[in-house]
Unconditional design. Structure first.
Length: 352
């Protein structure tokens, strides 16, 4: 068994997209993850800090982690993500200590890393961590935690049906997630959850935040060219929580801007009118870092899912951590076909 991954685009001089793999000494716990930083060098710092801290976490915890319940895994992975979020703040302070560009940095009472002039330090990273565990009876569980839009997809061998039990984890909603994130032929399962401004679940999450704690909340908007105050762009969702049909049915006729070569409409989470120092315009609704945006509803808290892999018939799944270089170009089904095309040429089918 092995785990494979690719960390960055060839043309990036300072890679901010990092991939890690880790295997326990007894071979019963395999982990992989991707951290896709954004915000220039600060994004690179965020992904590097997260990768190093995640690897250290598995080194410390693997002897007991194999016996954790699914609820325990959910709780501990959330603790891990919060610790990564904190480590990014520490690294920002350390990297920019005495920097002429930023001056002396400080963390304010809202846990926002700020420059000496009061403006926030920008930068953060997505995070997707997948863990495969085999217990003493031989049963396998696949656990995924993620924030942001770096996808994790479980793919079955094309010649073997994948025998999977339903997801179960800390939140009841995960019981129904399996059907919503599975291909019709059961060839692949979307383990992670997309945290972007086109997600109705994320729109509802932010809408329901306590107004006493979040007096100002992020708006979900479509991007339009030549509109510089992004809060003036059309909103993705109506007050009912349904997407505005006018833009869904005719995005380009309504002057929306595409975000990728698939021509998906670009969307952002932005601060409304009246915000000045901490103006936010970000393409995701959960991330590590991006401290200035958490006061408006961004969160470090991951979505956690669990898939139990049955023993009969034995599956040969591949766990793929995608980044936007692939996901922005092809659909998930096309990505799956490409993976097996490459795997067939290399005669590699069993990645776990």
């Amino acid at each position: 068994d092995c785990v494979v991954g690719r960390s960055s685009k060839r043309w990036e001089k300072s890679p901010r997209r990092l991939f890690f793999t880790w295997v326990s000494p007894d071979g019963n716990l395999i982990a992989g993850g991707v951290f896709d930083g954004h915000g220039g060098l600060n994004g690179k710092t965020a992904s590097e800090a997260s990768t190093a801290a995640a690897l250290a976490w598995f080194e410390r915890n693997w002897p007991t982690a194999r016996s954790w319940s699914e609820e325990k895994w959910s709780k501990e992975l959330k603790k891990l993500f919060y610790s990564l979020h904190q480590e990014i703040a520490r690294q920002f302070l350390e990297k920019h200590a005495g920097s002429g560009e930023h001056g002396r940095l400080a963390i304010d009472p809202k846990f926002i890393v700020r420059k000496s002039n009061g403006y926030p330090v920008h930068g953060g990273t997505t995070a997707t961590v997948v863990v495969l565990i085999q217990d003493d009876s031989g049963q396998k569980r696949l656990i995924c935690a993620n924030v942001g839009d770096s996808d994790a997809i479980l793919v079955s061998h094309p010649k073997q049906a994948m025998s999977l039990a339903r997801r179960s984890a800390a939140t009841p909603a995960l019981e129904t997630d399996l059907n919503a994130h599975t291909s019709e032929s059961n060839e692949w399962i979307h383990l992670s959850e997309d945290h972007g401004p086109d997600s109705a679940r994320e729109w509802q999450r932010i809408r329901e935040l306590d107004a006493a704690d979040f007096p100002t909340k992020l708006l979900f908007v479509y991007d339009k060219p030549n509109v510089f105050r992004k809060y003036e762009c059309p909103q993705v969702f109506l007050e009912t929580g349904v997407k505005d049909a006018k833009f869904v049915e005719n995005p380009w006729g309504n002057d929306l801007r595409p975000t990728n070569v698939r021509y998906d409409a670009a969307v952002y989470a932005v601060t409304p009118y009246g915000v000045s120092t901490d103006v936010t315009c970000i393409a995701m609704t959960r991330s590590l870092g991006d401290f200035y945006a958490h006061q408006f509803g961004l969160t470090w808290e991951p979505h956690v899912s669990v898939v139990r892999i049955a023993d009969d018939p034995p599956p040969t799944p591949s766990d793929i951590d995608q980044t936007e270089s692939i996901a922005d170009t092809f659909s998930r089904s096309q990505c799956v076909l490409m993976v097996f095309g490459i795997a067939g040429a290399l005669k590699i089918f069993r990645l776990f």
